[in-house]
Ligand binder design. Structure first.
Ligand SMILES: Nc1ncnc2c1ncn2[C@@H]1O[C@H](COP(=O)(O)OP(=O)(O)OP(=O)(O)O)[C@@H](O)[C@H]1O
Ligand SMILES: [Mg+2]
Length: 392
């Protein structure tokens, strides 16, 4: 039958004391013995008892020192230690607690007292271990939730990407179609000469190259940066706007970027991740502008996203604003929490949550939002870096 009893390590240099404790405790607990502080440390490390009864006066290493050493070893530092000693002076007791003990029993002792103190501390210790286990389970669960969110947002980004590629490809695909169709007519009209073929091939190859570049650009966009980098914030904004220009055009949205013309503004962090944030914000503005237009807001306006980038004392300030009608009051105070969305099936509600996580954890910055006259304005602050050497 399995022995479920708790293990108690008894440390005492006098064999008489050890025998006495054995008689009192052997029915209730699994017992182990050590005759010195050094042996106690070894035994505690190899067996990891549930509780340690420790004598104070011992040769070589006394109980206080043994206790301090036990408490300094991480894997056994939590095990409760109860001192057992003939010393009754109050300073001795204070020293015992200072060295890390949880309790103190004076010799000669009553067996009931020893047992009830051991019971109390075993219960507390088990409770503590139970709580720690629960915390660990909870932390693991959160970590898994976090992973799931990251995964979901990657999927969402991939979906966006496919949509954007479709937009970017529409025009070259149409052109390709027209060129290819023309071959037949040209043949019938006897126009297919060597020169015609040459031009045909070069036009087709040009369009194919364009399309293949688009795919490469998007593939690069999706890759995690891998390492930190010092880069021009304005450039990151331009890159995103460029990639998604066709999508924005199709939605009748124009983008205006205002930057100080003379200087470049650098930050340090993960460039691609920042670009994901920019895309999240632009997509949100696009959705807000489209939704506003559907609702037929009083003043029908052309969609406009304005991006202002400027240099603060020691940070880069990027403001992204739109004329999409602003943040709904019902979600204003929990906008950056996961799964908060007003788009029903059309949104997952993790765009801004992930954006905040990236800005705060990966870029050491901050992100905030406020409603402006006819839309929302997001403000991103990033650390400003002044490179010693101009970066190309
Ligand atoms: N520029 C904006 N104008 C108005 N409302 C906005 C704007 N940006 C965000 N919101 C509101 O905040 C909510 C949460 O945005 P978030 O990007 O986190 O999720 P989502 O866009 O709904 O879904 P997804 O996970 O697909 O991005 C949106 O549903 C929308 O109501
Ligand atoms: Mg979004």
């Amino acid at each position: 039958m399995a022995d479920n009893r708790c293990t108690v390590l008894i440390v005492d240099d006098e064999s008489g004391s050890r025998q006495l404790l054995r008689q009192i405790l052997q029915d209730k607990y699994r017992l182990m013995f050590a005759a010195s502080g050094i042996m106690a440390l070894e035994a505690a490390k190899s067996v990891q008892p549930d509780l340690i009864l420790l004598d104070i006066i011992m040769p070589e290493m006394d109980g206080y020192e043994a206790c301090k050493k036990l408490k300094a070893i991480p894997e056994i530092s939590d095990i409760p230690v109860i001192f057992i000693s003939a010393l009754t002076d109050i300073t001795e007791k204070v020293n015992a607690f200072k060295s890390g003990a949880v309790d103190y029993v004076c010799k000669p002792f009553q067996s009931d007292e020893v047992i009830s103190r051991i019971e109390t501390h075993l219960k507390l210790y088990n409770l503590q271990r139970h709580l720690e286990k629960q915390v660990e389970v909870e932390v693991n669960k959160r970590r898994m939730d976090e992973q799931m969110l990251i995964q979901q947002s990657k999927m969402a980004a991939t979906g966006e990407m496919i949509g954007a590629i479709a937009h970017q490809w529409r025009q070259p695909l149409n052109s390709l179609g027209l060129i290819v169709q023309d071959v037949e007519d040209a043949f019938d009209a006897g126009e297919v000469t060597k020169g015609y073929l040459k031009q045909f091939v070069s036009q087709c190859m040009g369009l194919i190259k364009l399309m293949s570049h688009t795919v490469e650009d998007f593939q690069n966009f999706l890759k995690p940066s891998g390492r930190q980098d010092t880069f021009d914030v304005t450039e990151a904004f331009y890159e995103v706007i460029h990639l998604f220009s066709d999508m924005l055009k199709k939605n009748d949205i124009s983008v205006q970027i205002n930057t100080p013309e003379t200087c470049r503004i650098y930050t340090t962090g993960y460039r691609n991740e920042l670009k994901q944030v920019i895309l999240n914000l632009i997509n949100n503005s696009r959705d807000a502008i489209n939704a506003g237009q559907k609702k037929g807001r009083a003043v029908a306006k052309d969609g406009l996203i304005t991006i202002d980038i400027s240099e603060g004392d020691n940070n880069v300030i990027a403001r992204i604003s739109d004329n999409g009608g602003g943040i709904d009051d019902s979600i204003a105070d929990k906008l950056f929490e996961p799964y908060v969305t007003t788009k029903g099936e059309g949104g997952t509600g993790i765009g801004l949550y992930m954006s905040k996580a990236i800005i705060e954890n990966k870029m050491n910055g901050s992100i905030s939002v406020s409603n402006i006259e006819d839309g929302a304005e997001f403000t991103i602050k990033l650390p400003l870096v002044k490179p010693d050497v101009e970066i190309q």
